[in-house]
Design a protein around this ligand. Structure first.
Ligand code: TYM
Length: 341
């Protein structure tokens, strides 16, 4: 995006959006339907800033070679999903030093009790009991820094990030309360469909790549035959009716996915598949997802080969991000009483 356009956007103050995703190697259908697809759709109406959250990713141990590959692949995959660097600012978090700096500051305005209540911390510290590091604990303050640095009005995320966003709002309000208006207090933007895509194997749990059963999640880059196999194996119930209902978590999830992918309401889907068997419905959902992912996979294959283009885009993104975020960091530091440089 040209400097001129960005600066104009900033002065006209279109509502600003910030969001980010971790480069964990497998971007799932849950990430896509819960977050990425909304990011892409919001680009025309908002001033959008997106990042690959690689600083967050080292709260669990990473293999250096694989990590490097994953960061670049996440960047390429987001472009393939439709992030357009002519419309939005898109960078890699570790390339912009203000994030780690504001995170430290915000850590000092975040209470131990607040961080202890985060369900993600409780889950992850159980899962990685041998590495309950301080970064895992203070992860939400870094997330708050990401958002507050850009004075974001809205943050498009899936349902699982709602609690972290509440905390970001509390931190912003606390800081503003102490020093006067410094940060915009952000609102979550959670889509109507796809906000919580569930595991295909245990549909009372969210779909997550960290699930040890690979049939539980679909990756955006899974081959069509793999996608189909996973949907065919999806857990359902013995009721044999394709409709939303209590105790029908598997079918509810499949209807939700079908609705998110096709844009049809759950009533329309129920009417369309009335009298059909679960096997037919699972195949239909699999086919719809394969068609949704096909163009993304084709674009990804093209982008990932063009390292020079990717480098040019993430450099440009980081340059802009630094300019905007430095203003907020300077403002916050001045309010605290730091000596100007
Ligand atoms: P991450 O990388 O775990 O997930 C990226 C986005 O995908 C959404 N998501 C889901 N949505 C629906 N159903 C699911 N099963 C599902 N699984 C994941 C997440 O809600 C998220 O929107 N901490 C963040 C990344 C981050 C961030 C930020 C987000 C870092 N800084 C600032 C917003 C603002 C995370 O780990 O998301």
């Amino acid at each position: 995006m040209s400097e001129e356009i960005k600066e104009t956007q900033a002065t006209e103050r279109k509502k600003r959006i910030f969001s980010a995703i971790q480069p964990s190697g497998t971007i799932t259908l849950g990430n896509y339907l819960g977050a990425l697809r909304n990011w892409v759709n919001l680009q025309d109406s908002y001033d959008c800033i997106f990042a690959v959250a690689d600083l967050h990713a080292i709260t669990v141990r990473q293999d250096p070679k694989i990590f490097k590959k994953n960061i670049l692949e996440a960047y390429a995959l987001l472009l393939a999903c439709g992030i357009d660097t002519d419309k939005s600012m898109f960078f890699v978090q570790s390339h912009v030093h203000t994030h780690a700096e504001l995170a430290w500051i915000l850590n000092c305005y975040t209470q131990f009790g607040e961080l202890s209540r985060m369900t993600q911390f409780k889950d992850k510290s159980q899962k990685h009991a041998d590495n309950v590091n301080a970064g895992l604990f203070t992860y939400p303050s870094l997330m708050a820094a990401d958002i507050l640095l850009y004075q974001a009005d809205l943050v498009p995320v899936g349902e699982d990030q709602r609690q972290h966003l509440e905390l970001s709002r509390n931190i912003a309000e606390r800081f503003n309360g102490l020093y006067g208006k410094t940060f915009t207090v952000p609102e979550p933007y959670i889509g109507r469909v796809g906000a919580r895509v569930m595991s295909l194997q245990n549909p009372i749990k969210k779909m997550s790549k960290s699930d040890e059963n690979a049939n539980a999640w679909v990756a955006v880059l899974d081959k069509p035959e793999t996608v189909m196999k996973k949907f065919k194996r999806a857990v359902t119930d013995s009721d044999a009716r394709i409709c939303i209902g209590e105790g029908k978590d598997g079918i509810n999830n499949l209807i939700g996915i079908m609705s998110a992918v096709t844009g049809k309401t759950s009533d329309e889907i129920t009417a369309e598949y009335d009298g059909k068997g679960y096997g037919d419905f699972k195949t239909a959902v699999g086919e719809a997802v394969i068609e949704e992912l096909r163009p993304i996979q084709e674009r990804f294959a093209k982008y990932i080969k063009d390292k020079a283009y990717l480098e040019e885009q993430y450099r440009k993104g980081a340059e802009f991000a630094l300019k905007i975020s430095q203003r907020t960091l300077d403002k916050a530091m001045k309010k605290i009483g730091y000596l100007p440089k």
